[in-house]
Design a protein around this ligand. Structure first.
Ligand SMILES: Cc1cc2nc3c(=O)[nH]c(=O)nc-3n(C[C@H](O)[C@H](O)[C@H](O)COP(=O)(O)OP(=O)(O)OC[C@H]3O[C@@H](n4cnc5c(N)ncnc54)[C@H](O)[C@@H]3O)c2cc1C
Length: 329
């Protein structure tokens, strides 16, 4: 905008990145909300702008040569999502009948029934306002997730260093240095099945279920005691929806350096796995070495009888010096 102004070029800007513009809602005495719940209440009561129709025609100013479209970059990008607005809108329409069940199913990692609209929202293929309007219910759990997205955007507007600097003043940052553990985490061979499943889904699909993101990020930071910043980079490079704002906000939340009001909340990956993948379906889908282990026993292969364990080509859980995790006792 500043550059166009400098060249006396007229530019009209329309909001569209979020539902409510960052900075539009401010708490008394601050430039942005630090805590989600009060932001959500203010957001629910805010007036949302009208949706605008797409322009019939986009005309370039005279004398501008846009050149040739660049070739897609070479690499092993997963083929999980076809881009574009038409596909995004179709996906939304096809998914909306699930909306009523969202509150019950959104944490079921194996069921995998969330909207998968995140890459489309991230690249602006579909407007978050259009998605929220079609979903309708401002009090419902799905629209609440879209509010988390707005929340982190207004956090970043007030704290632009969110991807590199701890948001919470005085946050403990005594991370360990352990390249071996970090690589095992990134490659999905930690010996903790639910974590390995999530990281392998990321590598295979360029996507990971939200609950698996919470579990894998929590395992890296709260169990392995490793810095969230390199973890964030692995996600950023691997995710089709990889996004500085949502990725950083969520990583900091999990690591306890961000907007969580309970930064020291406990973390037990086995309990999480048993709750959100009760039959082990998700783990067996992504960790074929454990295919033969039935039911929830798949979440703790180290408890299997020696003679069974020896037949599995799967590592024992990583050890962290000086710790005695409850789930291994
Ligand atoms: C460690 C970690 C890193 C993450 N990194 C990203 C990222 O890089 N990009 C990204 O878009 N999301 C990120 N998320 C948030 C969330 O996991 C994804 O948005 C969600 O899993 C996408 O799947 P969906 O579209 O099916 O979501 P749905 O459950 O269908 O939700 C609808 C939309 O709401 C938004 N949303 C949902 N949950 C969140 C959330 N926790 N924070 C912010 N927005 C949310 C997304 O735009 C999503 O598409 C991260 C979460 C964690 C815990």
């Amino acid at each position: 905008r500043a550059e166009c102004g400098r060249h006396r070029m007229f530019l009209r800007l329309f909001p569209g990145l979020t539902i409510v513009e960052p900075g539009a809602l401010r708490p008394g005495g601050g430039d942005h909300y630090r805590v989600f719940s009060p932001y959500f209440r203010a957001w629910q009561g805010a007036r949302w702008r009208d949706e605008l129709a797409a322009p019939k025609r986009v005309r370039l100013p005279d004398g501008v040569d846009p050149g040739r479209l660049p070739d897609p970059p070479k690499g092993d990008s997963p083929d999980a999502a076809v881009g574009g607005e038409t596909v995004a809108r179709r996906r939304l329409t096809a998914w909306l009948p699930t909306l009523d069940r969202y509150g019950d199913i959104h944490d079921d990692v194996a069921g995998d029934e969330t909207s998968r609209l995140s890459p489309y929202l991230r690249f602006g293929c579909v407007s978050p306002l259009a998605v929220a309007n079609r979903a309708g219910d401002r009090d419902g759990p799905f629209v609440r997730q879209l509010c988390w997205r707005d929340f982190y955007h207004q956090v970043v507007a007030g704290f632009p260093d969110l991807s590199t600097v701890a948001y919470r003043r005085g946050a403990r940052e005594d991370w360990r240095d352990d390249a071996h553990a970090f690589d095992a985490w990134a490659e999905g061979r930690t010996g903790m099945p639910i974590v390995d499943a999530g990281m392998r889904q990321l590598r295979a699909e360029g996507w990971m279920h939200n609950r698996a993101r919470l579990i894998t990020a929590g395992y890296l930071t709260k169990h392995l005691g490793l810095d969230w910043r390199p973890g964030l980079e692995v996600f950023f490079r691997g995710l089709l929806d990889g996004d500085r704002v949502n990725n950083s906000g969520n990583w900091q939340w999990v690591a306890g350096t961000g907007n969580d009001t309970r930064p020291y909340r406990g973390f037990n990956p086995v309990r999480q796995a048993e709750r959100y993948d009760p039959d082990g379906v998700y783990v067996r889908r992504w960790v074929p070495e454990l295919e033969s282990v039935a039911g929830k026993a798949v979440h703790q292969p180290w408890r299997l009888p020696d003679e069974v364990r020896r037949t599995l080509d799967y590592p024992p859980p990583l050890e962290v010096p000086g710790t005695d995790p409850v789930w291994l006792r």
